[in-house]
Design a protein around this ligand. Sequence first.
Ligand SMILES: [Zn+2]
Length: 276
Amino acid sequence: MVIERPAHIPADEDFVLPPMPTTLNPPQEEVIWDRLATIKGKYAQAPTKILEMSSGGQLWLAGLPTAANKHRFPPATLQIACFTERPEERNGVVLPNALLRRFPVAVAAERAEAWKDLWPLILQSLYCGKVIVTHCIAGRHRAGGAAALIRAVMMGETLEDASDWIAQRRDTDVPGFCRDKEAAKWLQEAAKSTKRRDRWPRPSGYLATPRSALHLQGFKQVPLCMHHQKSDKAQRLTDPMFTEDGDEAVAWDRPWCRACLARAPASWMPRDAGSE
Ligand SMILES: [Zn+2]
């Protein structure tokens, strides 16, 4: 695999890349991208908006958020780190109020499973008008590939069209990332096979009975997990407890309904369960 050196990135003192901790032991497939992120200079790029929906949902592509630059980021509900560790382990930060998810797109053994879990969350978050930030270290290869994949599926574009569109607005190198042939093949297949489903209702509160799981309400007394897109056969819970207050819902001490969470935007995702 021959990889070109990254182009020059303009100096922006807020975006100085912190040194990688020497104790870090990333998977072999990530080492080359870590090295390329810093080989030509110590700067990442400021965040770039690469998708905006009529709902207000936005996707941004960025380098590593740090204590020094987090004020330069949009108010993200979902932060997608495109490597194996948590950002803090790489001297980065989780953005204020953001739900962190990791998407190690360079790691063959992990990316497919991670994407399967992540995609519904991305889709519902964009449909519900939320802001998503995807990043790696410099924001050129791994997060560039992930961002191109998301844009391709949302816009119905090919992966090439999406990556070209991004490259016209930001210094990215998705073709460089795609010199890893396995990664390129996976991205292509994911862009083709990932579907934009009909959207689920925006959650409007929490529902539970003394014996049920803790559900998210779609429409009145209908849990998201029981909502049907194309029929009115949705079941209602009988005499459920209802609240709009997440702390109160958690105090009911019912286990989370995983099926409801799989249909929810990041803003409704519990930070203490199904979170990292
Ligand atoms: Zn449910």
